[in-house]
Design a protein around this ligand. Structure first.
Ligand code: FES
Length: 228
């Protein structure tokens, strides 16, 4: 599978791979016999979402956050203001663009503090109470600080049946973090989450904006080593 896309590649639509039909489930690669099982459902991440939200199919699913957070930076300036303008152009009104605007804020700041929510409200000219109500409703927004790497382990039914709890414990052991808290070195926050929508590939783990599939407890040290 392809490696890490550079920042330039992520924002250049001409560099994105050509979409093909889903080649199938493990062991049945259909019309793509050259693909191995590892190619399809290997232990590497599935893919990166374009950071500018530029691809129509991911307009509503901007990355949740990146590892290089800059909590002291303003939110909507430079490339981030450009991204917001692009997002706003896709929605009928500012209210409808609130979720992606909050994602951008979280990407930069790492979490949505009350002050951050107020900044988003001001930029979108929405009532601060409305923005706080929306932001606190969705679990994908962090209302408190998280580590450089936010590790979300699915322990919902499909992943649970395939050892999700053991994977969760393995991440806690390997990072030394308490569940939901930032580790002492500031690197890790490990939390259990509900279904990540990839139930065919349990156990599924999302680390910042990447998906890891088929994760087993014994895979955890190698995954962490890749990140640091
Ligand atoms: S149950 Fe884990 S991804 Fe759906």
């Amino acid at each position: 599978m392809s490696g890490h896309a550079s920042a330039a590649e992520q924002t250049d639509p001409t560099s994105w791979p050509t979409a093909v039909a889903n080649p199938g489930y493990a062991g049945d690669t259909g019309e793509f016999p050259q693909l191995t099982e590892d190619d399809i459902r290997g232990l590497t991440y599935v893919g990166l979402r374009p950071r500018d939200g530029g691809h129509a199919s991911v307009a509503g699913t901007l990355p949740y956050q990146v590892a290089e957070k800059r909590p002291a930076d303003p939110i909507f300036v430079g490339e981030y203001e450009e991204r917001l303008v692009k997002v706003l152009s896709r929605y009928p009104d500012r209210q409808a663009a609130l979720l992606p605007a909050l994602h951008i804020a979280q990407e930069i700041r790492g979490h949505l503090s009350a002050e951050t929510m107020d900044e988003v409200a001001e930029r979108l000219q929405l009532p601060p109470a409305y923005v706080r109500g929306v932001a606190t409703f969705y679990t994908m927004y962090n209302l408190g600080q998280v580590g450089k790497y936010l590790i979300q382990v699915c322990t919902n039914i499909s992943c649970n049946l395939c050892g999700g709890d053991a994977v969760f414990e393995a991440f806690l052991d390997a990072t030394g973090a308490d569940a939901g808290a930032v580790s002492d070195n500031g690197l890790w926050t490990v939390m259990e989450v509900e279904c990540l929508g990839a139930c065919g590939f349990p156990t599924v783990v999302q680390i910042n904006d990447r998906f890891f599939e088929n994760v087993r407890p014994e895979d955890v040290p190698a995954i962490l080593a890749r990140l640091t």
